[in-house]
Ligand binder design. Structure first.
Ligand code: NI
Ligand code: NI
Length: 137
C-alpha cells in the first residue's frame, strides 16, 4: 500500500469492545486494525455528509435511543430540547422497555442549528443518533 500509518491507543468501555470483537469476527475481519480503520472512516464520512449542507433551511428528523436511568441524561436531553426549541417542532417519546427509550425530534429551520443539535446529541450517552435532513428552498 505504501500508505503512511499512525499507531494510536484508545480507551473504550469493555462492553463496547466485546461487541466490537464479536462483530468483527462475525463479519470476517482478519485484522482488528482494519475493522477500526473502517469504523473511523464511517465516522468521518458521516461528519462530511452533515457538513455538505452548508446554509439555509432544512426539515427532517433526529432519532436516538437512550437508557433513562443513566444519571442526569434525561435532564440534559430536556435542557437541550428547550435550548433548541426554535428548530424542534415536536418530540416523540416511546418507552421501549423497562430501561430503553426511543426519541424522535422533528426539526425545521436553520441547518446550522440542526447540525449543532445533532453533534451535541452525539456527544451524550445516547445511542445510535440517526438523522434525515432535507434541504428546504
Ligand atoms: Ni419541555
Ligand atoms: Ni421512556
Amino acid at each position: 500500500m505504501g500508505e503512511k500509518v499512525k499507531r494510536i491507543s484508545v480507551t473504550i468501555p469493555e462492553n463496547l469492545f466485546k461487541e466490537f470483537e464479536e462483530a468483527t469476527h462475525a463479519i470476517g475481519y482478519k485484522k482488528r486494525s482494519k475493522a477500526i480503520s473502517d469504523a473511523i472512516q464511517k465516522f468521518v464520512a458521516d461528519y462530511r455528509i452533515l457538513n455538505q449542507i452548508k446554509t439555509g433551511s432544512c426539515a427532517g428528523t433526529i432519532t436516538y435511543l437512550y437508557k433513562h436511568d443513566i444519571k442526569g441524561l434525561t435532564d440534559t436531553l430536556t435542557e437541550i430540547q428547550h435550548k433548541y426549541m426554535d428548530i424542534i417542532s415536536a418530540t416523540l417519546h416511546v418507552h421501549l422497555d423497562e430501561e430503553n427509550c426511543l426519541e424522535t425530534l422533528s426539526v425545521k429551520g436553520n441547518v446550522n442549528k440542526a447540525k449543532s443539535l445533532i453533534q451535541k446529541l452525539k456527544t451524550l450517552k445516547t445511542e445510535n443518533v440517526q438523522y434525515i435532513l432535507i434541504p428546504q428552498p
